[in-house]
Design a protein. Sequence first.
Length: 382
Amino acid sequence: MKFKANLSSNIFKKIIYKFLISLILLSNYSCNSTTFKRDENNSGGSRWVFWTYKANGERQCAYLCILVLIILSILYIIICISYIWYWIFRSKTSIIHARGFKSPLKIPQIHIDYAEGDSNITHIDEQYEEAEKFTREYPPQEELPPPDHIDYIQSVGGARAWQWIAEEWMLADQTIAISNEGEIIKFLKNMNVSIQTNYPCFVPGINAQEGDQVNFSEEMFEEPQSISHRQGQMLHYYEITILENSDTNISIGLATKPYPYFRLPGLNLYSVGYHSINGYKYNDNNIATSYGPDWTEGDTVGCGYNPTVGHVFFTKNGEFLEIAFTDIRHIWFPTIGASGPCVIEINFGNDPNSFLYKDARGYGPGGPILLSNQRGSSKNRT
């Protein structure tokens, strides 16, 4: 990205430099040049010339000279406008890319005493009241990203715009580390902590509405290979792979924003989660319900949301488990959390064949994978 920006900047500078040199050469062109001198023998007087001369020998600009200067001036204005537009767009895109779609609320850091290495999620939750207070003070802001963010998402294509956003203090305090362009998440401390993406699960189309039937005739979307299986229903999906873990409880799910970062997905209002340590599912509270197998280091777990019918489901190592929750609709953000140290790899589906769950290939957190000029045409699937 930096290389492209520097290249474009150098091109603009070279164009302006050449333009200025041209003006200097024209303004200092010798009056003895036979190319631009008036043909004194041309009795018609209608020939276009560059210079004309007064009776006292003073040189002045003729019609051709004026025409050339007008054209060069127009080109100069176009170049300047293009240059200004480029830097404004680049600056705006950089801000959007860096900040994502964040809540304007400033969420304070809440200090809670956690038991070292405590990963028992069936005990009475000591942080329940604090989380309830958080939700009352910071209710969900169920708003879709504004048009400028949608333009940015469409410009980069795929699911590249979706990134995990950690609070600044989490990074400074080395509670969480994000690396490899957001694909690797490291939870570094023995404490419950969750992070969310910058954008929610939504289709960044011009007239996209959650719950609508999918129309893949638009050139901006790539048709998922599982379209016949899903019968036109929308799907938002992502996967995580556990690279390192000992006895940490990890949760994958969805939640609204803002969400109390000291709660794992599923343990607080307006959230759902599938926990690794026992395979239980959670929705809006700390009451566990038996759901699927537990999962640990080396496993790949996915979370899918179908807004058409309000279903949330999970997968393990490419296998569909079952519908976990039905008839729940919010502006959901992909959310993951952990109770202690672990390393997680994120997959939003930029590579169409990378999901282990085959029925989700061609989808991502933004629904059907977006095409763009940067992304280009996808390869044919088999």
